[in-house]
Design a protein around this ligand. Structure first.
Ligand SMILES: [Zn+2]
Length: 309
């Protein structure tokens, strides 16, 4: 089963993805984006795929714990080092890493849903790498084509300052946080084909290595539903909680890889429908706002996905 999600979301006053801080100045992430037709390049605010993936894996870890599915010691705490080396493996799984590559993947997948779904890369100093590619795909959120030329990043001044106290003389603490507001694109795909299955050793790829594959996929889909509905990603949300409004969303549920066209241009929903006329793997589209409230559309799509299991 393959689920593809594309959307456009208005995010006002956000500081969801910050890069370095220079002194007391915290910078928003920026990326170069080219406008079609003119090919002019703009440096615009963006939210990285890593940031989105981190958010999703946090929800996934929580859902796994709630449903008695295994999560390793580190992923459990939202630390996604994901079997980087011997000591990380030991801390995560309470044993030494096995030498056999198939056995290695089996232990990681069997004992951590986050690494089953989100992949890992084991690269010990002595060599003998083992890797597992993520079963979900996401990328940068960038301003949509219409928003691109007008988007701005604005540093906002804040102070921790208490007049009338002796601390004032010690210096006024001021700081700047760059904020932005834009209609952003959103992209996320999930391919369940290899969840709970071996991938690394060529002649064993595709073999089941767990006995609860269906439950794992169901829990992953529940996590995806919660992640979308509650917009659970991004940093600085304790004091810079953005004002979020989904403009549109398309979810496609298929038997094979079928991706929704890019939401960078406004006509992506029409493009998705036209694509469906030509290509379909028992593909069904779920479209917000046409087919109901945001939550309704997400839940309908996730239910459809569950029926395919
Ligand atoms: Zn883990």
């Amino acid at each position: 089963m393959f689920i593809s999600i594309r959307g456009r979301v208005l995010v006002n006053v956000e500081a969801l993805n910050m890069t370095e801080s220079v002194g007391n100045y915290v910078k928003h992430r920026r990326v170069p984006v080219i406008i079609p037709e003119t090919y002019a390049t703009y440096f615009v605010p963006a939210i990285s795929g890593e940031s989105i993936a981190h958010g999703f894996q946090e929800v996934l870890a929580e859902e796994a714990k709630k449903n008695d599915l295994p999560v390793c010691e580190l992923c459990k705490k939202g630390i996604f080092l994901k079997s980087t080396n011997e000591s990380v493996f030991k801390e995560s799984f309470g044993q030494d890493p096995p030498k056999d590559e198939f056995e290695f993947e089996r232990i990681v997948v069997g004992n951590c849903l986050v690494e089953d779904v989100g992949g890992f890369l084991y690269a010990p100093k002595a060599g003998g790498n083992v890797k597992r590619t993520s079963n979900f795909y996401t990328g940068y959120m960038i301003p949509t084509k219409e928003a691109l030329e007008n988007v701005v990043i604005e540093p906002q001044l804040h102070s921790r300052y208490a007049l009338g106290t002796k601390f004032v003389e010690e210096g006024q603490m001021i700081y700047y946080v760059e904020l932005s507001s834009a209609v952003y694109t959103f992209s996320f795909d999930l391919d369940t084909g290899y969840i709970g299955r071996a991938t690394f050793v060529y002649d064993k790829a595709g073999q089941d290595i767990v006995n609860d594959r269906k439950k794992r996929i169901e829990v992953t889909l529940n996590a995806l539903q919660k992640f979308l509905i509650e917009f659970m990603f991004g940093a600085k949300k304790t004091r810079f909680l953005p004002v979020v409004e989904w403009e549109s969303l398309v979810m496609a549920v298929s038997d094979d890889v079928w991706t929704v066209p890019s939401p960078f241009t406004k006509n992506y929903i029409d493009k998705a429908r036209k694509k469906l006329e030509r290509v379909s793997y028992d593909t069904k589209l779920f479209v917000y706002p046409e087919q109901g409230e945001f939550e309704e559309v997400v839940i309908d799509a996730i239910d459809e996905a569950k029926q395919k299991l």
